[in-house]
Design a protein around this ligand. Sequence first.
Ligand code: ZN
Length: 224
Amino acid sequence: MKAWRRTLLPGWLAAALVCGLLTQANAAPEARPNADWIAYPSWVLAKFDSEENRTDPDPMLRWQTPVVTISAPASRIGVLREAIAEWQGPGLPRLRIVDPERDPDIAVQDVQVLSRRDPDMLGETEPVAEDPPPLGPPTTYATVSIKMTTGLSPAEYRIVLTHELGHALGFWRHAANPHWLMGAELSSEQSPHVSAAERALLAQLYALPRSTQQLAKKRRPPLS
Ligand SMILES: [Zn+2]
């Protein structure tokens, strides 16, 4: 009790400290939205698979931070670097590899079985929000999961990972052009590299104004 009494502060100083603490608590940084979700403009839809797009357009995720973090199993860091390099360019977010424990924006995992519904699936990209990501105001703190099937050859793995990364960067749909890496199927027709046209299209989407393209209603983006 004696020690406690000795440490008592004058009333005004205690009040100031309390105020200071409160101020600091209030000023604690909130998790700022790192992504927004917009509707594909019609000129973009025209470049994507028409059958997939026959219903209403799905929202596109756009990262809003200049640097997007991504993690992968240690054994996949080399191929991840190659995949990232395919998607870097003017107007596109920069991707930085971080440890899986660092709460990355995009997390790449290897899994034995991807989809029981569709055994042909090689890779899968989906948002892993606790709630369906809201559309409209950019209030989402988005996290995206990329799951890759094990058992792919190194060359296939690189192509599939690059393709899934295209989804994670915003292309939720598949390209109508089968030669594009964002085509729906891994085939000999498909280019093993991202085309300049795909990079340019993605950069155009990132350049769209935030306010005008948002969807009003809520809808969970589908698996890709
Ligand atoms: Zn895909």
